[in-house]
Ligand binder design. Structure first.
Ligand SMILES: Cc1cc2nc3c(=O)[nH]c(=O)nc-3n(C[C@H](O)[C@H](O)[C@H](O)COP(=O)(O)OP(=O)(O)OC[C@H]3O[C@@H](n4cnc5c(N)ncnc54)[C@H](O)[C@@H]3O)c2cc1C
Length: 382
C-alpha cells in the first residue's frame, strides 16, 4: 500500500492552503504528503470575497478590491466606507494555480486526481481509498470532503444553508461603479425567506451578481437564475453576456463538526466546522485555522483542542435560531444593524474581532428584540 505521513482527502481551499503552509515549514521537509482531489482544480470553481485591514497574504493575486460597500433594503440605501478594511475578491483558479505552482517545487508533496470513496481506520492506520488504490496515513488524514463528516439532523443545532447562484456578466454599456460593492440588497421579494442580491463590479461593464438565500431548503436552479434576471431587468440592465456562472451551498450551523476528529483523522474546512455559521464566510477562517492546524500537526497534539466555544459561537447560534424560527426576519435583522452601526464595526464583529463593548452596542441595536430574546432562552435550554 502507498504510505504517506499526511494525506489530504480533498484539495480545495483548506487542503491546498494547509499544504502550502506545511511546504514552507522545514519541519515537514522530510515528511511525505499526499493531496487527493477528484478535480484537477484548474478551473475557477468559486470566487472568494473577504475583508481584512491593510495588506494581506494573497494581495498579489487578487482580482479586485473595494473600499466602500452598499447595503440596501426597502426604503433604505446606505453607501459607506469600510476603512480600515478592504473588501477583496480572489478567484479560486488564481489561488489554485499559485499554490500548485509552489507545491510543485517540493518532491515530498504529491497530488493525485481521483475520487475518494472511503476513509477508514484499521488498527493504528487511517486508510483513504479511491476506486483504484488505497493510501495509508502514518500520521494524519486531513479530510475536507463533507460526505465523510455529514451534518446530522440535530434539533439542538438548527441547520440553514447559504445557497446561491451567481452570474459574471459583461454589459454593452457602462452600468457599474467598480469602486463600491453591494454587500447585501434585500430590496427583492423575500417569499418568506431571507433573500438578497450581491453585486461585485470589477469594472464599469463587468460584475458578479448573485442571488442568495439564508434558508433551510435549496431552490430549483432556474429560480435563482430568474431572480438574477429579474433584478438586472429592474436595474435597466438588459444588454449583457453571461461570462461565467457559479453556485454554492454553504452550511450555516453551529453543530460541532470537530467532535468526529480522532487521533488520526482531522476534519478541516467547511467539513471541519470552519465556516462562520451566521454568514457562511469561510475563507478567512481557512487562512487562520490552517496555520493553527499546521502547528497542531507538528506538535502531534490533541485533535479536539482549540475548539472551546467562544462568545461568537453563542451569537451565531442565537442568530441561526432566529432565522430558523422566522426565516423572513433577515431583512429586519441586517437593516437594524446597518442603519445604526458603522460598517467597519459590523465587519469586525463578523470577523470575531470586536471588543465586548462593540458586541454590546451591536446586540442592543439588533432587531427584532423579542425574537432574539426568545432564541437566547431556547438556546440556553437545548
Ligand atoms: C461558489 C462558492 C463561493 C464561495 N464564496 C465564498 C466567499 O466569497 N467568501 C467566503 O469566505 N467563503 C466562500 N465560500 C465558502 C468557502 O470559502 C468555500 O466553500 C471553500 O472552498 C471551502 O473550503 P474547503 O476546503 O472546506 O472545501 P473545498 O474548497 O470545496 O474543498 C473540498 C475539496 O474536496 C473535493 N472533493 C469532494 N468530494 C470528493 C471526493 N469524493 N473525492 C475527492 N475529492 C473530493 C472537491 O473537489 C474540493 O476540491 C464559497 C463557496 C462556494 C461553493
Amino acid at each position: 500500500m502507498n504510505s504517506y505521513d499526511y494525506i489530504f482527502a480533498g484539495g480545495g481551499a483548506s487542503g491546498l492552503i494547509t499544504a502550502y503552509r506545511m511546504s514552507r515549514d522545514p519541519f515537514f521537509a522530510n515528511k511525505q504528503i499526499l493531496i487527493i482531489d477528484k478535480d484537477e482544480k484548474n478551473a475557477n470553481d468559486r470566487t472568494w470575497c473577504y475583508w481584512e485591514a491593510g495588506a494581506g497574504e494573497w494581495d498579489n493575486i487578487l482580482t479586485h478590491t473595494w473600499d466602500k460597500i452598499i447595503f440596501k433594503a426597502p426604503h433604505l440605501h446606505l453607501e459607506k466606507a469600510i476603512s480600515p478594511f478592504r473588501y477583496k475578491m480572489l478567484r479560486s483558479s488564481d489561488l489554485y494555480a499559485f499554490i500548485k505552482n509552489q507545491l510543485s517545487h517540493y518532491n515530498n508533496i504529491q497530488i493525485v486526481t481521483e475520487k475518494v470513496i472511503g476513509i477508514s481506520k484499521e488498527k493504528e492506520r487511517c486508510i483513504v481509498s479511491t476506486a483504484h488504490q488505497s493510501f495509508e496515513a502514518r500520521k494524519y488524514v486531513l479530510n475536507s470532503i463533507p460526505e465523510f463528516n455529514p451534518i446530522p439532523d440535530n434539533s439542538s443545532y438548527p441547520y440553514l444553508k447559504q445557497h446561491f447562484v451567481g452570474w459574471f456578466i459583461r454589459t454593452g454599456s457602462q452600468c457599474f461603479d467598480p469602486s463600491v460593492a453591494t454587500f447585501m440588497d434585500f430590496d427583492i421579494p423575500q417569499k418568506g425567506n431571507t433573500r438578497f442580491i450581491y453585486v461585485l463590479p470589477t469594472s464599469t461593464k463587468e460584475a458578479l451578481v448573485e442571488y442568495t438565500l439564508f434558508s433551510e431548503h435549496l431552490l430549483e436552479f432556474s429560480e435563482y437564475e430568474e431572480g438574477i434576471q429579474w433584478y438586472l431587468d429592474r436595474q435597466g440592465i438588459r444588454d449583457f453576456q453571461i461570462i461565467e456562472k457559479e453556485m454554492g451551498n454553504i452550511p450555516m450551523t453551529c453543530y460541532p463538526l470537530h467532535q468526529k476528529n480522532t487521533d488520526k483523522l482531522i476534519h478541516v474546512g467547511s467539513a471541519g466546522g470552519w465556516t462562520k455559521a451566521s454568514t457562511g464566510f469561510t475563507f478567512m477562517n481557512i487562512c487562520r485555522n490552517s496555520a493553527g492546524l499546521a502547528a497542531l500537526l507538528k506538535s502531534g497534539g490533541d485533535t479536539q483542542s482549540g475548539f472551546t466555544p467562544t462568545r461568537y459561537q453563542w451569537y451565531d447560534r442565537i442568530f441561526i435560531e432566529v432565522l430558523a424560527a422566522d426565516n423572513a426576519s433577515g431583512t429586519e435583522v441586517f437593516s437594524s444593524l446597518f442603519k445604526q452601526v458603522a460598517p467597519a464595526k459590523i465587519l469586525r464583529f463578523l470577523n470575531n474581532e470586536s471588543t465586548l463593548k462593540e458586541d454590546l452596542e451591536i446586540i442592543l441595536k439588533t432587531k427584532p428584540k423579542s425574537a432574539f430574546t426568545a432564541a437566547f432562552f431556547r438556546t440556553l435550554f437545548k
